[in-house]
Design a binder for this molecule. Structure first.
Ligand SMILES: *Cc1c(COP(=O)(O)O)cnc(C)c1O
Length: 386
C-alpha cells in the first residue's frame, strides 16, 4: 500500500510546463518570472510589496537585517515553532526570549508576552516574531497595539498560513501577510507548505523603505539603480557596467524557474486551501465524542497542519506508521533544543508549550489527500483509540 505522509506537494502538468518554458528561455535566475510571482503573491495576501527569496529562513534573516537586529537586540518568539523563527535573531547577534503559548490556540500568548515585556526595563525589547502556527492566524491587531505601546517591530512568521486570516475589532477580515499590522511577514515554499517551489520564500510588507532595503540585501547589498548611487558623480559616470555595493547583503535570490513554478502553483492556492478546510471539517466530525482533542476550528484557519492531541501519542504514532501513515510532531519546543538549552533555557520554563508537545500529533493534511485515504486514516486512528 502507498505510504501517506503528513504533508506533500502537488505538481500538475501546468506546473511542469511552466518550469520547462523557463529552462528553454534566456534566464535561469533573475529573470522576468520573479517580479510576476512577487506581484501575484502580494495580490493573493493583499500586501503592497513582496520580495521573493531562496527560502523561508533566508526571508527571516533578511527581515532581521532590515530591522537592524544586532548584539543589543532582544526579541520575543514562540517556543512552538520551527527553529528558524528564533534563529534569524541569533544570526544577527541578537538574543531570543520565549513566551508561553495559549493552550487552546497553540499560539504565542499575548498576555505572557506583555508580562515578559513589563518584567524588563523600558526599551529592553526591540521586536516580536509571532507565528501563525499550523495555519491559525495570530490576532496581529492586538499584537500591533502592544508593540506600539513599547516601540517594538513585528515580523509575522506566516509560513503556515498563506490564505489564512483573522477578524479584527471592526469585523474586517485581515489576511496573514497583508502588511496592515506586521512590519514584515514571511512565507516558505518548501514542499510541505501550501505552495511549493522546491526551496523558496517570500517577504511581504506595506513599508516602502523596508521593501527597498530588502531588495538590496537580497542581492549582496548591490544596486545598479543610478538614482541610488552614493559615490561621486565622476566615478558613477564611467559606463554601463557600474554598480555599487552599499551594504553587506547576501545572495538570497530565488531562481526564475522556481518563480514560474510558484506562479503556476499560486493559480490553485485558493482552491487547495478550500480542500484543506473540507478535510479539516471531515476530521473534526470523525473525532467528535472521542478521546482525541481536535485543533481549534476557525474559518480563517489555513490548515497547514491538522494537529490532534492524544494521551498515548507515541502509541498512536507507531500504530499509524505500522499502517503506512506517517504522522509527525510539530514541534519539539525550540527552547529545549540543545543549542537553546546552552543559552540557558531548560525543561519547565514554558510548561504549557511542553504539555502541548507531550500530546501533539500532526496527521496527514494536504490538498491531494483523497477522501478514501482520509477515511482510511480516520478508521485507523479510531481503531487505535478504541
Ligand atoms: C518552514 C518554516 C520556516 C522555514 O522555511 P524554509 O523555507 O524551510 O527555510 C520558518 N518558519 C516556519 C514556521 C516554518 O514552518
Amino acid at each position: 500500500m502507498k505510504a501517506i505522509p503528513y504533508g506533500r506537494q502537488t505538481i500538475t502538468d501546468e506546473d511542469i510546463q511552466a518550469v520547462v518554458e523557463v529552462l528553454k528561455s534566456d534566464f535561469l535566475t533573475q529573470g522576468p518570472h520573479i517580479a510576476t510571482f512577487e506581484q501575484k503573491f502580494a495580490d493573493y495576501v493583499g500586501a503592497k510589496y513582496a520580495v521573493a527569496v531562496s527560502n523561508g529562513t533566508a526571508a527571516l534573516h533578511l527581515c532581521a537585517l532590515a530591522l537592524n537586529v544586532n548584539e543589543k537586540s532582544n526579541v520575543i518568539t514562540s517556543p512552538i515553532t520551527f527553529a528558524a523563527s528564533a534563529n534569524c535573531i541569533k544570526y544577527c547577534g541578537g538574543e531570543v526570549f520565549f513566551a508561553d503559548i495559549d493552550p487552546k490556540t497553540f499560539l504565542l500568548d499575548i498576555t505572557k508576552v506583555r508580562a515578559l515585556i513589563e518584567s524588563k526595563p523600558k526599551g529592553f525589547f526591540s521586536g516580536i516574531v509571532p507565528v501563525d502556527f499550523a495555519g491559525n492566524a495570530v490576532d496581529l491587531e492586538a499584537f500591533r497595539k502592544l508593540a506600539d505601546e513599547f516601540g517594538l517591530w513585528i515580523i509575522e512568521d506566516a509560513c503556515h498560513a498563506p490564505g489564512g486570516y483573522f477578524i479584527d475589532s471592526h469585523k474586517q477580515q485581515q489576511n496573514c501577510g497583508n502588511g496592515n499590522f506586521a512590519d514584515l511577514s514571511i512565507f516558505s515554499f518548501h514542499p510541505v507548505k501550501h505552495i511549493a517551489t522546491g526551496e523558496g520564500g517570500m517577504i511581504t510588507t506595506n513599508n516602502p523603505a523596508l521593501y527597498e532595503n530588502l531588495l538590496l540585501l537580497r542581492t549582496h547589498g548591490i544596486t545598479k539603480n543610478a538614482t541610488q548611487f552614493q559615490n561621486e558623480a565622476s566615478e558613477v559616470a564611467q559606463g554601463g557596467w557600474y554598480y555599487e555595493m552599499q551594504e553587506l547583503g547576501y545572495n538570497y535570490r530565488i531562481t526564475d524557474f522556481q518563480a514560474a513554478l510558484g506562479s503556476s502553483q499560486l493559480e490553485r492556492a485558493a482552491a487547495n486551501l478550500e480542500r484543506r478546510r473540507v478535510l479539516a471539517k471531515q476530521y473534526d466530525a470523525a473525532f467528535e465524542n472521542t478521546a482525541i482533542i481536535k485543533p481549534i476550528n476557525h474559518p480563517g484557519n489555513a490548515y497547514h497542519l491538522y494537529v490532534i492531541q492524544i494521551k498515548d501519542r507515541l502509541g498512536l504514532y507507531n500504530y499509524l506508521k505500522e499502517n503506512h501513515i506517517y504522522a509527525q510532531v510539530h514541534y519539539v519546543p525550540v527552547h529545549l533544543m540543545p543549542y537553546y538549552q546552552k543559552q540557558g533555557y531548560k525543561k519547565g520554563d514554558f510548561p504549557l508549550a511542553e504539555k502541548y508537545y507531550e500530546a501533539c500529533l500532526s496527521i496527514p493534511m494536504y490538498q491531494s489527500l483523497t477522501d478514501d485515504e482520509q477515511q482510511y486514516i480516520i478508521e485507523t486512528i479510531l481503531k487505535f483509540v478504541k
